[in-house]
Design a protein around this ligand. Structure first.
Ligand code: AMP
Length: 375
């Protein structure tokens, strides 16, 4: 019997970790990425030329049996072209909604999932109007192509409207969102199989620095079962509405009035990297199981786990490997400011020991500012 081959649009670290999770199940992989040095390059045949021509996409489609993607900022037309010939999970609808913040917000509201009030912005006067009706501060974001906090402006006073428009107007349409006074950011990842069966991971607490995820802790502390169940209800409603197959992530703000949805990603997520060592079956394995039509694995987390991103500069490998509860994941990327180069997973018997471990790791990072901004 020939091995099932999964074609992944994108050859970054997420594609790499999907393949690393799929090989023990005897799955094979190919990648569509124009960069010959992409993190997945050594893990299967790579397709895609400098301008990602239709011919190169067709060669990629011919190379595999079933398809997925590891990044949502790709043309919907690519996924449509694949879907016309072979199965692709998640489907076009999931991609189209998550690429567009307005569509996402409309989805939240149709499913009665609380999220920030918002207005669509097409002109400077729309922005003035939004400031008057929604109040200040407002978070102004591009509707498409935003990630890691890129393309955002925090509008604090009416006097800044022209500045905000000068900075982002060329990328209109924009979205203006009411500023949510949140206690912390929590995300939940769920995976839905082809048969509709769904598994959810525990809520994870995420800390960002300059818009980039710095570290995650799972399960998030001080989460009561009602909050976990609410998050599961929200993400299950989204999965069902999109008829989604594969992993999906819902980022939320925890407020005094409960969880507010911020955004979704139709894929495995940086805030779920901890699942490789911290959960019975990782987000990557569960995603490839779903795409391959296999039964999903348990999402139980037996020990508190942290994931610390390595950003910009590598630590000394020998230092990290001295820590008995640490696991080092390097993505094979060269150093560059703000670039995610790898991550470290730490497990501990309790959250107190985990916090001690995080401090220890921070001391080994060349760039601990990213982990503890106050330091
Ligand atoms: P996003 O690209 O939507 O994930 O936004 C990047 C970061 O900006 C989030 O992680 C939050 O810290 C902050 N942020 C985004 N939207 C809001 C909002 N409506 N209210 C308060 N903070 C926000």
């Amino acid at each position: 019997m020939s091995r099932l081959r999964i074609g992944i649009l994108g050859g970054g670290q997420l594609g790499r970790m999907m393949a690393l999770a799929g090989y023990p199940l005897d799955l094979a992989f190919s990648f569509f990425d124009s960069n010959p040095d992409c993190p997945s390059a050594a893990l299967g045949p790579r397709f895609g030329d400098a301008d990602n021509s239709e011919a190169s996409l067709d060669a990629f489609i011919a190379s595999a049996d079933v398809f997925t993607y590891e990044f949502e900022n790709i043309p919907v037309s690519w996924v449509e072209r694949i879907a016309a010939q072979k199965p692709v999970y998640p489907g076009v609808k999931s991609l189209a909604v998550s690429q567009n913040r307005i569509n996402e917000k409309k989805l939240f509201s149709s499913l009665k999932i609380p999220s920030a009030r918002f207005a669509e912005i097409r002109s400077e006067s729309d922005l003035q109007q939004a400031a008057a009706t929604l109040g200040l501060p407002l978070v102004i974001k591009t509707v498409t192509m935003g990630y890691d906090g890129k393309g955002q402006f925090l509008l604090k006073t009416e006097g800044q409207v022209s500045e905000a428009w000068a900075q982002l107007g060329a990328q209109a349409p924009l979205i203006a969102e009411e500023f949510i006074h949140f206690k912390r950011e929590l995300s939940i990842i769920a995976v839905r199989g082809r048969d509709g069966k769904t598994v959810c991971y525990p809520l994870t607490e995420n800390t960002h620095h300059r818009g980039i995820l710095s570290h995650s802790i799972a399960p998030a502390q001080f989460v009561d079962s009602d909050t976990q169940l609410t998050a599961e209800r929200y993400i299950s409603a989204i999965l069902h509405e999109l008829d989604h197959v594969g992993a999906i992530t819902l980022e939320t703000f925890e407020t005094r009035n409960g969880l507010f949805a911020n955004e979704t990603a139709p894929r495995v997520h940086n805030s779920g990297h901890w699942t490789i060592e911290g959960s019975r079956c990782s987000q990557f394995e569960n995603h490839v199981r779903a795409v391959a039509g296999l039964p999903l694995g348990a999402t139980t987390c037996d020990r508190p786990t942290a994931m610390i991103n390595i950003i910009g500069q590598h630590p000394a490998t020998e230092d990290i490997l001295q820590l008995p509860d640490a696991h080092l994941h390097l993505y094979g990327k060269s150093e560059r400011e703000g670039r995610k180069l790898g991550h470290i997973t730490l497990t501990a018997n309790n959250h107190h020991d985990l916090a001690t471990g995080i401090t220890q790791v921070a001391d080994m990072l060349p760039n601990p500012m990213a982990l503890f901004p106050g330091k």
